[in-house]
Structure formats: C-alpha cells, structure tokens
Design a protein around this ligand. Structure first.
Ligand SMILES: [Zn+2]
Length: 206
C-alpha cells in the first residue's frame, strides 16, 4: 500500500539528501491501536531518478507493506511527477498528440510513444476532472488541464502541489498523481519494482 510522504523536495534533492531516511510512520494504518507486529522494513530501490530508495513499514498481522512515496515521485510509474507534467504540458500545447510525440521517446516506435504519452495524459486529465468534482469550491472554474490548474494555483510545478492539496483523496485519484492503479491489468512496469522475495505484493506496482 502506498502512503504519502509529505516532502517538499525535487526528485534530485530527495536522492542527494537521502530523504527516505526522514520518512516515518508512527503507527500501523490498519491497526492504529497497535499490537499487530508493525515495524520498519527494508527500503526498496527505484531506477529513476537514479539512486532513489523508498522507505517501507510492514504489518505482520495484516501481511501488508506500506511504502512512503515522496510528493515529488510518480505513483506506479517510473520517475518524477515533474517529468509526467512536462509530457502532459507539451501535449496540451501541441496541435495534436502525434505532433507532441515527435520529439519524445525516440528509441521506440510511434505507436509505442503514443501509448506511453496517452497513458499519462489520460491519467492526469482524469485526476483533474475528479478533483474538480471532489473540491468544487476550489477548482470549479478550472478546465481539467494542467495549464489551467497551474495558472489557477499560481505555481509552475503543479502536480507535486496537487499531491498535497488532494492528500485526502489520493486513493480516489488514478496514478501517477493519486494512488489508484492506472488499469487493473497492464500499465507500465518500473523494472526497479521487481523486488527480492519478501512480503511486498508486486501487484501494487503494475
Ligand atoms: Zn497492523
């Protein structure tokens, strides 16, 4: 299970400061009363940004691992929210999805690029639409576009800010902004999620 690690750092700062060492979870989210064998677990590694580690806790009774994902990182996709934002922002400003894809991910063929980009654009726009419904007093007048939300909030890097604003709703918002899986099956594997045998269910990261 992913838990938000409130952390006002870029991906690079998170790595250079080894900020996962500052993550803490004082009690088990499943058993706040305690007595379930809740304890700190080993960190796991993400490939991107290089050097990233994620702090984890484990509930023995619930057989559940809790990963503390910092606000700068994408959920269930490799890399940072800033990287996702750059892709979605470029599509919003391009005349078409295909036009935006021309300069992206040149190592794979265009249909693969289109899927890669479309997955990010659809997930983020779905999150913004859901967020408008959940917080109408805050976002009612905003188009469900990153550019509109950034202008409304007066920030450049809008996704990490939205991770904070939407904190109570992260389980209702699709990854990579929220913690709900992109798709029940499929999705995009971050190879770094192939963890050694242990109690962490790999299905969390499809
Ligand atoms: Zn527990």
């Amino acid at each position: 299970m992913q838990i938000r690690f409130e952390c006002n750092l870029t991906g690079e700062e998170y790595v250079t400061q080894k900020a996962w060492r500052n993550a803490s979870l004082t009690h088990c989210p499943l058993h706040p009363e305690g007595g379930c064998g809740f304890k700190r677990h080993s960190t796991y590694k993400r490939l991107s940004p290089s050097g990233t580690r994620i702090a984890r806790w484990y509930c023995r009774q619930g057989h559940c691992t809790f990963s503390l994902l910092p606000d700068c990182l994408a959920a269930r996709l490799p890399g940072t929210l800033a990287e996702v934002e750059a892709v979605v922002g470029s599509v919003e400003q391009a005349r078409s999805l295909e036009a935006a894809c021309v300069d992206l991910r040149l190592e794979i063929e265009l249909p693969g690029v289109l899927r890669w980009v479309r997955r990010r654009v659809q997930a983020i726009h779905a999150s913004l639409t859901t967020l408008k419904g959940l917080m109408p007093e805050r976002f009612a007048g905003c188009e469900p576009m990153l550019g509109a939300f950034a202008e409304h909030l007066g920030v450049d890097g809008v996704l990490p800010v939205l991770r904070r604003i939407a904190a109570p709703y992260l389980l209702s918002l699709p990854a990579p902004l929220g913690f709900r899986p992109l798709h029940p099956r499929g999705g995009e594997q971050d190879r770094s999620q192939q963890q050694p045998a242990g109690p962490d269910p790999p299905v969390l990261f499809v």
